[in-house]
Design a protein around this ligand. Structure first.
Ligand SMILES: [Zn+2]
Length: 257
């Protein structure tokens, strides 16, 4: 990823790898001197592509966890503004998994396809995020609602969001699929972190272009737990915005048919 040997060694010395029982996970250490744990699945016959792909994503989290614990001004600033910021860093690593194996993707449309992929993922997860926000607004207005009423509301709100933003594009009306993320009830307002993570990921990717990734990663992530827009201004000189993604998507659909 472009880290100088001494920095790479230093960061790696804070990371240890364990076999995962589930899919994969990055467990950050809370104190200096402890290890960040990278957990991924290694099957009986060794690591397969899926295990490797997840491992690279988790390694991204571990590198971020190391930078934002050891390289911040003060321990109390350790970390990132919220989950979206660490996911953005993990996505950046994950995208380079084949590069790291020396496999080059020479598709001339590579960048356009990556833009469309990012746009599509954001579009998809924004739907469930809107349902999440609507449902929590409704729950605060109806503190005595029963589980049956909640279920009915989630499904009808999912259809409402679908009909407004997806039905015309996908040609199906009243689809309830955006209600599928049941964990939005036990992890309140977590889902919006994903689309915001894709926006941050996109803005960072634009910023990293033509620069040394490792040096920039250290500069950006050593800012620590600032408030989100301050962090972003320090990182790329502008606030979190959907504009760069929309503009790049416009350009991409002119090329990719
Ligand atoms: Zn992640």
């Amino acid at each position: 990823m472009g880290f100088k040997p001494d920095k790479a060694k230093e960061i790696a010395s804070h990371i240890t790898v364990d076999p995962a029982r589930g899919s994969g996970h990055a467990w950050g250490s809370q104190m200096k001197g402890d290890k960040n744990h990278l957990r991924t699945r290694v099957g009986k016959n060794g690591m397969d592509y899926k295990g490797y792909n997840i491992a690279v994503h988790e390694l991204g989290h571990n590198v971020e966890q190391t930078i934002s614990l050891y390289m911040v001004d003060n321990y109390l600033m350790a970390g990132v503004p919220n989950t979206a910021f660490t996911e953005a860093f993990a996505f950046t690593f994950q995208k380079h998994d084949l590069d790291l194996l020396g496999i080059k993707d020479n598709d001339p449309n590579k960048e356009y396809l990556a833009t469309l992929d990012n746009f599509w993922m954001a579009y998809e997860i924004m739907g469930v995020s809107l349902v999440d926000m609507k449902v929590w607004t409704w729950m605060y207005a109806h503190p005595d609602a029963t589980p049956a009423q909640l279920k009915e509301t989630v499904i009808s709100m999912a259809k409402e969001v679908w009909n407004k933003y997806y039905a015309d594009v996908l040609g199906v009306k009243d689809c309830p699929i955006l209600a599928i993320y049941s964990h939005m009830i036990d992890s309140p307002l977590y889902l919006p972190n994903y689309p915001v993570g894709h926006l941050i990921d996109f803005q960072l990717a634009q910023w990293f272009k033509g620069k040394n990734f490792a040096d920039e990663a250290i500069r950006i992530y050593s800012a620590g737990k600032l408030i989100p827009q301050e962090w972003m201004k320090h990182a790329v000189g502008s606030e979190i915005s959907i504009k760069p993604m929309i503009e790049a998507t416009d350009a991409a659909i002119k090329v990719v048919k």
